[in-house]
Design a protein around this ligand. Sequence first.
Ligand SMILES: *Cc1c(COP(=O)(O)O)cnc(C)c1O
Length: 360
Amino acid sequence: MIPIAKPLISNEEKKAVLDVLDSGIIAQGKKVKEFEEKFASYINSKYAIATSNGTNALHIALLSSNIKKNDEVITTPFSFIATANSILYTGAKPVFVDVNEDDFNINVDLIQEKITKKTKAIMPVHLYGNPCNMKALMEIAEDKNLILIEDAAQAHGAEYNNKKIGSFSTSCFSFYPTKNITTGEGGMITTNNERIDNIARMIRDHGSNKKYYHDILGYNFRMTDINAAIGIVQLNKLDEFNKKRIENAIYLNNKLNVKGLILPKIKENTKHVFHQYTIRVTKGFNKTREDLIKILTENNIGNAIHYPVPIHKQKLYQDLEYKDKLPIAEKLANEVLSLPIHPAVSKADLEYIASIITKS
Ligand SMILES: *Cc1c(COP(=O)(O)O)cnc(C)c1O
């Protein structure tokens, strides 16, 4: 089986974990601090705050930006549900803007018409590791006085105009095992805003910055030193991992020139880090997506649909009476199919994947 995702853990990570276990300090301690400093330095952000997962990184980032009940936050319907749910947790309302057909990211031209008096923030997602149009997003945010909080959970190491995603505005990363690097479970907020850094650290730790003195409502969203030790080793390998993902994606792009399959594009001035390699199986292809999935699975090729149901169509959001019609997201949900390109996929694997798809 060629799995769709695979965490790459070597002896280095194992040794780092054992060292932490032997040290006697296993919850948040100096390894978390070291991971934060190294991550901020890699991204080129002023601050980085480690959390226990990507979802609560988003939640903390919103709370630190004072997003609350009756506010509206503009976001994409074509993402993992954590994006929009983090907005719901604050009591604010996610407002969905349809995506671009060519890069699956929020369509910046449609944002304007969804802005109301209640709009406080925009939360774009760099889906599959492909950077959003940051220039346009920064302009809209500035022009309309909105906060920009980026969901960069799939975009570790991605770049826009030679600057790392995570360095533009407050951004949130995930280290879930399928992501470009992992800590088991884990998350990170990057920001250049000192006030956000201060509040985020408090919210992560029950609203406290002095032990047993609690100024605001917070949570236990801390990362452990065990997770951070894995993250420090993984961060050293991130560029190498991404290089392999990009090579694998380009290799498949060159092999899968088949009628009816739309392949991912790499835009000018961006570094796409291919968290996922996601093709579109359109009507012009000689099989349905379901038939292709069956053939891949029968031939031991892992595959997945990211995502089969746009967020506004999920039962949770239907129950919240979301009536949006977002035709591009709805169409893409019926066409997308992700194929394995993670760093453990070999040239022979790619050759095999391409041969199965092109002869099918
Ligand atoms: C993985 C992911 C998250 C959530 O991260 P967790 O670490 O799983 O909580 C949020 N948004 C997107 C786009 C993701 O892919």
